[in-house]
Design a binder for this molecule. Structure first.
Ligand code: SAJ
Length: 450
């Protein structure tokens, strides 16, 4: 027989009478708040940024994410969703989801100050029978060594006896957040079986599949996913560097290797950006002891090298074609960290633009998704960016750049040089249009490079 507190929470979940507070209303917290409100719960989204609070209460999304505007507007109007900067909402909540940032510092060490501040706020408001969920990405051991003791000390309550605590990592990618929140299997790791049961019941109201585990395993599993991807991309990037040496095309090499049924190499490129892959591998190794050779760190170093490698290709292409770097103009296509999104967090474009500007290059940036330029000149169109350019550099694989009509652009440019940082232009097409093609991992045979 389940104790009354657990039964009460489960009943409130099934009947949608549970009051939910979400601390941190960013790229993850806001889709979380909006989707739980849409499932019928009363949700308060808490954030310290007044512009986020205002936007949500006015019924629209402060971030560019498909379907989020519609979800926010519908649920604010229905009175199920509101935003606030006040922690007062915690005193009314039956469940709290913490979704604040957990960045790394300059030494690549986790900075848990935002998380622990939120946990302190929750700890002070904690009452018997509440469910607390951490959704922020965290280093292994954080739930048991930091979060649980802090909540217990501040509240004087005991987890699994008086309140419930679970780690439920997010698995959503910007641009697909709403769909992936619902569709991707969700890991739910309680610090004990009752916590797992209650948190699972809550997430089953929104997510199609919930997989139950325990908190410490879920912490490592979350980090293992993004680290797998980072290492796989690093391998593709390493191959790209080797192929440049050997005068062969990495794209062809990967295509051929991937015909093996057990091989699935990812794509090389001008760098790995975004909020997750640039950080999560460091969180995974942050508490490790006695690891003598660290594959995860080396993979990060390879991926961090790629924007500099892209700059090297650009500068060499200019010089090899007799163009003075400090008098050159580069049309740089794409500032977002990946194709099809406006998100520029940790984008490789930032490093590339900085390096080009330091070398005195006049950089004209075009990105149909964002106004960010990282101090380069902004072009309103592809044509404006390419006008009088010495070289076109593709940095983000936006769908629009996959079908650039080089035969039209060639009339605008001063020199017909293209550096394909994402390998989205067919080299023969570029060359048929009169462009000299350079690309990440596109090894030039000696007859081509002369
Ligand atoms: N990239 C490559 N080569 C590839 C794939 C990606 O260079 O073959 C680059 C992209 O251009 C981008 C970066 O890697 O700069 C990261 O992009 P991404 O699409 O791999 O991933 P994110 O960071 O948008 O989202 C990841 C996802 N994790 C996995 O696919 C394992 C997502 O499911 C997670 O929810 C998200 O991290 C997160 O928040 O943790």
């Amino acid at each position: 027989m389940l104790e009354a507190k657990v039964q009460n929470l489960l009943k409130n979940i099934y009947q949608r009478s549970l009051c939910l507070a979400v601390i941190g209303s960013g790229y993850v917290g806001l889709p979380t708040a909006a989707l739980f409100a849409d499932a019928g719960f009363h949700v308060t989204a808490i954030d310290i940024k007044p512009e986020i609070v205002k936007a949500v209460n006015d019924g629209f999304s402060p971030i560019n994410e498909p379907r989020l505007d519609e979800l926010i507007s519908r649920n604010v109007q229905a009175g199920r969703l509101r935003a606030t900067s006040s922690l007062e909402a915690l005193t009314q909540a039956d469940a709290v989801i913490v979704s604040v940032q957990t960045p790394i510092d300059q030494n690549k060490r986790p900075n848990l100050s935002f998380l622990m501040k939120a946990i302190e706020d929750v700890g002070r408001a904690l009452r018997e029978g509440m469910l607390i969920v951490v959704s922020s990405t965290i280093p292994p051991g954080t739930m048991l060594e930091n979060v649980k003791p802090k909540l217990e000390v501040l509240s004087g309550l005991k987890v699994e006896t008086d309140f419930y605590l679970a780690y439920v990592p997010e698995r959503i990618a910007p641009g697909k957040a709403i769909r992936e929140f619902v569709e991707n299997p969700r890991l739910v790791g309680g610090v004990g079986p009752k916590s797992t049961k209650i948190a699972s019941a809550l997430y089953r109201t929104v997510c199609k599949t919930v997989i139950e585990t325990e908190a410490s395993t879920a912490e490592v599993a979350k980090l293992a996913e993004n680290t797998f991807r980072d290492i796989n991309i690093a391998y593709a990037n390493q191959l790209a560097l080797l192929c440049e040496n050997y005068g062969v095309d990495v794209e062809e090499v990967i295509k051929l290797a991937n015909t093996h049924p057990r091989v699935n190499i990812h794509f090389p490129g001008a760098g790995v950006g975004g909020p997750c892959l640039t950080k999560d591998p460091y969180l995974l190794i942050s508490e490790a002891r006695n690891i003598k050779v660290n594959l995860i760190r080396v993979a990060r170093e390879i991926n961090d090298l790629m924007p500099y490698h892209a700059v090297e290709i650009i500068l060499n292409a200019l010089r090899d074609n007799g163009i003075e770097v400090s008098k050159s103009k580069v049309a740089l296509l794409g500032v977002a960290y990946k194709g099809g999104v406006s998100d520029t967090r940790n984008s490789p474009a930032e490093t590339i633009i900085n390096e080009l500007l330091l070398n005195g290059v006049n950089v004209s940036v075009y990105d149909p998704y964002t106004n960010e330029t990282f101090d380069a000149e902004k072009a309103e169109s592809l044509e404006e960016a390419c006008n009088d350019a010495d070289l076109i550099a593709i940095i983000t694989d936006h769908p629009e750049f996959r079908h650039i009509e080089l035969e039209k652009i060639k009339e605008l440019v001063k020199h017909k040089l293209i550096v394909d940082g994402r390998r989205i232009i067919n080299p023969s097409y570029a060359s048929n249009c009169g462009f000299k093609y350079y690309g990440i991992g596109y090894g030039l045979k000696s007859d081509e490079s002369s």
